[in-house]
Design a protein around this ligand. Sequence first.
Ligand SMILES: *Cc1c(COP(=O)(O)O)cnc(C)c1O
Length: 463
Amino acid sequence: MLADPAPLTLADQWRQRDLAVLWHPCTQMREHPDTLPLLPIARGEGPWLIDHDGHRYLDAVSSWWTNLFGHAQPRIAAAIARQATQLEQVMLAGFSHAPAVELAERLLAIAPRQTGRDPLAKVFYADNGSAGVEVALKMAFHYFRNRGENHRTRFVALENGYHGETLGALSVGDIPLYRRVYAPLLTEALFAPSPDAYLAEPGQSAAQRAHQAADALATLFDQHPGEICAVILEPRLQCAGGMRMYDPVYLQRARALCDANGAFLIADEIATGFGRTGTMFACEQAGVMPDLLCLSKGLTGGFLPLSAVLATQALYDAFLDDSRERAFLHSHSYTGNPLACAAALATLDIFAGEDVIARNRSTAEVMRTLAAPFADHAHVADVRQAGMVVAFELTRNGDKRTPFPAEARIGLHAYKAALKRGVVLRPLGNVLYWMPPYCVEDEQLDLLALTTLAAIDEAVACA
Ligand SMILES: *Cc1c(COP(=O)(O)O)cnc(C)c1O
């Protein structure tokens, strides 16, 4: 006789119901549930995610880089609840509401500045990061149409960059896994070498690497005179591209090259904004202001989808005309949703009320100390950090010349090994990284470091 199967736990039941009806993002569904466990989360609390059976997982990746101050953060939750009883939504064409206006005022007040340049002056809302990128690309392109410079139609993007999944955003992205299948649908961007310090030749400094990449960008401008309408980049940190980091001098060079060639600089700070890399915005580390700034992810503290595109007055003015076609007619049903704006305002209140950047600086020091020993690990080729982001590049022999092949699934093994130990590490290929909510505490970072070590050893043993 067969023994009765173990009764299904609550989490098991949710797993079954989920797989019967849901199609998950960024997932080969065939890997569920055998290769990849599916985690039904019942609630969140600070940096913890808690499943239906009461298991707790430290959210070391801030739920895809969105969460800043912990899950179910009470002030943000209360602000959304309050707003929901006042005004949940009104279209933003022809109408206005206080949360949208206040948020725009406050974003413009904290946006990166640069001496000698007019500050960012207008805010356009969209629903998520990719939509924000689409807005910025269309604005840059349309500006030149409105000015009669019809030959300026091309975008320059960086190799290994990422700007989202919609077709326009994919066109300026350079991550083959996401892009390759859709290539026939994409517009042709020009790709400039990444300033990524990991790609530096032996003996070459990060700054030298950045200058070399900037020289290549200059060449690209020379090869396409008058054709380029904008350069789009992730300042300081290429997140989806494996948490690759670069010297801020590249941003200064890119800014100057855009100016010299009459092109816009679009800074995609969707992941780097709101204190993630040690300053409120990563552009500040280079003293550079973009013409268009894309924000999302942490904008609402990780509560609701919202993006904001900040533009200069000069850019905005080129759309003022008697003709409607010269206007920027882009819209989304939920543009400037009041609940999302309220969440963003509560998030900015937390920044205004506490010195979040200073606290992050000391948390980042703890992370630095915990990460340092990994540099000597036999399978770690690089340990790098930008503020609240630390990344570990895993290779077979711990040098840059022996990358693990994708088929080794190092990341998947590490993910499962960490999950068993109550930590969510979601590697990007062979790169493990820490990107915890800012409320993370020292003992949680200890757990994170111990788990990371165990996860690396277990993953390498599987490879
Ligand atoms: C996540 C991300 C996006 C896309 O944002 P979504 O909200 O996922 O569409 C764009 N750019 C960067 C740099 C990102 O990290």
